[in-house]
Design a protein around this ligand. Structure first.
Ligand code: ATP
Ligand code: LTN
Length: 333
């Protein structure tokens, strides 16, 4: 069976950027790729590449796991697991470092941006982060990797590493392809719409969390930064705020941006923002309800145990084969 793999870091409460750029897309893909098996995980090993409070981290791991299910993923063709519970991920990351050049890692824009923001020392874990991600994907021979726009470069590197290994040792890894949503791959900050909406932004008003109360959601959207020309049209360069709100509405309602522009072009920003707020509130309401049932049930732990067993079965086999392939260990043939 073919595999689809993706992960989300437990670096903070999830916002509608992560939701529209990844989880909502996973839900759709589960419908269109029913013959594939999905390995989705909580990337806690990635989260520690930047210093975290350990109690906060543990709480967020659980929250992200519950949110995956609350957002409507079906359990049939899914293994949901916590990355650190599958040791092969750390092992594979080290092995792949031996097939990755320093120059390649130095070129990663996410590393450069995160290293720049870092107040204390930049860890070598942050530098080698892309090899951990490559391992996450190659361990499962993923055919597709659904991600937001910001992960394209990491996916390209993963493909380069896979091809390099294959050229040296014969076809060993499946070379993965990214699946990037047409709308919603880059949701922008509500306060600075030229920047990505991010979990780690210090400004809380920049984002809407999946678990925010209705009145907070409405306030954030009504006060989202726009412009003064009063025209509703899609122009990300000159009108990033309005374009971002159109994108959010389009991704949620599955209505094209052109159609939304036609519907709202003769209204004002207040009316349009109220409509955006209504659709965000309606989308998040059932998620919040499901979340509160799941987080307090044994169902989540049972499903994560199953995911851990499924993932370990596949990953352990692959890492053992890889060790052997590259000449490690005692086995001669
Ligand atoms: P942070 O928001 O703290 O910078 P991150 O986005 O780098 O975190 P994750 O939360 O692990 O890291 O991202 C999970 C998935 O969500 C990835 O596929 C990523 O591309 C996508 N994603 C994250 N933020 C957005 C956004 N603003 N718009 C669209 N997709 C996003
Ligand atoms: N690096 C990603 C999260 C991530 C991921 C992965 C995504 C870790 N491992 C494997 C897809 C496949 C991020 O920061 N958004």
């Amino acid at each position: 069976m073919k595999h689809i793999v993706s992960g989300i870091q437990p670096t903070g409460s999830l916002n509608i950027g992560t939701y529209l750029g990844s989880i909502k897309n996973f839900v759709k893909l589960q419908e269109s790729y029913q013959d594939h098996h999905f390995f989705l995980f909580i990337a806690d090993l990635h989260a520690i590449t930047i210093p975290r409070d350990r109690l906060e981290l543990r709480k967020t791991i659980k929250e992200v796991a519950a949110l995956y299910l609350a957002c409507g993923l079906k359990k049939d063709n899914l293994s949901l697991f916590i990355q650190s519970e599958v040791e092969a991920h750390s092992q594979m990351s080290y092995l792949l470092q031996c097939f990755t050049y320093i120059g390649e890692l130095e070129r990663m824009t996410q590393f450069k941006e995160k290293a720049q923001k870092q107040e204390t020392g930049v860890t070598s874990g942050l530098f080698t982060y892309p090899t951990l991600m490559a391992g996450d994907i190659l361990l499962y021979d993923a055919e597709y990797v659904p991600v937001g726009d910001d992960q394209k470069q990491h996916l390209e590197l993963t493909r380069d590493i896979a091809i390099r290994v294959n050229n040296r040792f014969g076809d060993f890894f499946t070379v993965p392809k990214p699946l990037i949503p047409k709308v919603g791959a880059r949701i922008m900050s509500l306060t600075e719409p030229t920047k990505k909406m991010s979990k780690s932004d210090t400004f809380v008003k920049s984002r809407i969390l999946l678990l925010d109360d209705e009145n907070i959601i409405r306030k954030r959207i009504m006060s989202a930064v726009t412009d003064t020309d009063g025209i509703i049209k899609f122009d990300p360069k000159n009108k990033p705020g309005i374009s971002n709100l159109l994108t959010i509405m389009s991704a949620i309602t599955n209505t094209s941006i052109e159609q939304l522009v036609t519907t709202y072009q003769n209204t004002d920003y207040k009316t349009f923002k109220e409509a955006v707020a209504d659709c965000v509130v309606a989308e998040l309401k059932p998620i919040k309800e499901k979340y509160s049932t799941i987080i307090n049930s044994g169902e989540l732990d049972a499903f994560l145990d199953k995911g851990k067993a499924d993932a370990n079965r596949v990953a352990r086999k692959k890492i053992a084969k890889f060790n052997h392939k590259i000449g490690l260990g005692r086995k001669q043939k």
